[in-house]
Every structure is written in structure tokens, then in C-alpha cells.
Design a binder for this molecule. Structure first.
Ligand code: DC
Length: 231
């Protein structure tokens, strides 16, 4: 059976990771969360004390890049891959607020992006992969057989994040979350290297008013059609 590359890009908090994970599981493809890779580099920087009042020490990071080994290992309990930094699981730590607030800075650094992109291209060499991020269809796999660009209104995304945090037991402030969502959109879209943008041949999915079931149907149809075209 022919395998293809599925590239899913889009704004933060629009549910792309969930849909990418579900699709990969269903079709037996490998799932790679590239945001987790940038988050892992950020965690490394925090642990090494590379952030100060003056910002990120980019030269120091350049010196340590070859000490950062990122890998993914399937978690048999969740059925999903966990992220590892130098063979230690960091899946929970990379989702912390501290990492979330610093990752946009790390992901603007050119040598970090080229190291991540090279690793991502290596992972997708054999195809049979679903990769989500910001530059997968534009930079990492411009030849991907299926490209999807996911979006939703900022207020809808902020509400989803708010609900998620609330279920986890915290006491979020909706206005703060909305501000954070809008700020990350701005940074992602305006950075000099690989800004977030829709590839001209990417299918657009605006899931603002879609249910999970409708979204799933849309995605599976898009995958089936792409597979058919690739035959
Ligand atoms: O998808 P996420 O929110 O976990 O991503 C974390 C950050 O990493 C986000 O601010 C954008 C950045 N990122 C990127 O620049 N390129 C990617 N391919 C994936 C994520």
C-alpha cells in the first residue's frame, strides 16, 4: 500500500495536534508533533540557564546544539508518542506555562530551525507520517501529498484553551488567554524565518463552527482523496 506524507499546519490552539494524532493512529502512520521539538529545545535552554533579563543567550545555545538529542517513544498507556530529551521523558515539562511563554523566542532562531527541519525531514524519509507544526507544508515537506492548514477564530481558540485549563483544575482568566493566543499568532506570522503561512496548495480547514465528528469526517475524506491521487 502506497504511503504518503500528511502535513498539518496552523494557528496555535486550533486542535491540530489532536486531529493529527487521531488520524495517524487510525491509518497506522507515525505522528510527529514538531511543536514538541521546539518546546524541548526551550526546556533545555531554561535548564541550562540560557534565559536572563537580557533575553536568550543565542551564542551559548549555538555551542550546545549538538548536546540536544530529541526523540519520540510510544507510550503504551496513552497510545501516543512521548517526547524525550537526551533519553529522559519530558512530555509534561514541555507543556508548562514557562516553556509556552518562551518557545516563540527559541523558534525564531535560524540554527535551531535548520537543525529541527533536518531531523524532521529525516523522520519523514520513508513517508507514512503525519506531521504537525507551522512550516511543514511550506518548508519541511513542500512536496507532501496532503497539506492542510487549520484555523479557527481567535475567540473560539481562547475559549477552548480556557475550558481545557478549567477542566485541569486551574482558574484561568479568559482575557489573558485571548491576549496570549493573539500574541502567539502575531509572532508566528511575522517572524523572519519560516513564518506561519498557508501553502498555496494546502486545503483550508476552519473548524470554528465544526464538531469533532464533522472535523474527523472532513479529514478522513481529504486523506482518502490524497491517497487516491498519489496511486
Ligand atoms: O504547536 P505548539 O504550540 O506546541 O508549538 C510551540 C511553538 O513552536 C509555537 O510558538 C510555534 C513553534 N513552532 C514552530 O515555530 N514551527 C513548528 N514547525 C512547530 C512549532
Amino acid at each position: 500500500m502506497k504511503k504518503i506524507v500528511v502535513a498539518i499546519d496552523g494557528f496555535s490552539s486550533c486542535g491540530k495536534s489532536t486531529m493529527a494524532k487521531d488520524l495517524a493512529k487510525e491509518i497506522g502512520y507515525i505522528y510527529i508533533d514538531t511543536g514538541a521539538m521546539y518546546r524541548t529545545v526551550t526546556l533545555y535552554c531554561i535548564r541550562k540557564g540560557l534565559f536572563s533579563d537580557k533575553g536568550l543567550d543565542i551564542e551559548a545555545l549555538r555551542q550546545c546544539m549538538d548536546q540536544i538529542k530529541i526523540s519520540f517513544l510510544l507510550n503504551s498507556h496513552t497510545g501516543r508518542p512521548d517526547t524525550y530529551l537526551n533519553d529522559r521523558c519530558v512530555e509534561d515539562e514541555i507543556r508548562s506555562m514557562e516553556v509556552s511563554s518562551k518557545v516563540s523566542i527559541v523558534s525564531t532562531v535560524g540554527f535551531v530551525r535548520s537543525a529541527m527541519v533536518a531531523q524532521q525531514q529525516e523522520m519523514g524519509k520513508q513517508k507514512g507520517i503525519v506531521m504537525d507544526g507551522r512550516d511543514i507544508g511550506t518548508v519541511v515537506f513542500p512536496q507532501a501529498e496532503l497539506k492542510i492548514f487549520v484555523t479557527a477564530r481567535a475567540d473560539v481558540r481562547a475559549q477552548r484553551r480556557y475550558d481545557e485549563l478549567k477542566t485541569k483544575g486551574s482558574d484561568p482568566v479568559y482575557e489573558e488567554i485571548l491576549q496570549n493566543v493573539e500574541e502567539r499568532d502575531r509572532i508566528d506570522q511575522t517572524r523572519a524565518i519560516s513564518p506561519l503561512r498557508r501553502a498555496t496548495d494546502a486545503l483550508l480547514l476552519d473548524n470554528s463552527d465544526m464538531t469533532i465528528v464533522q472535523q474527523k469526517e472532513w479529514l478522513f475524506k481529504a486523506f482518502a482523496e490524497a491517497l487516491e491521487r498519489a496511486k
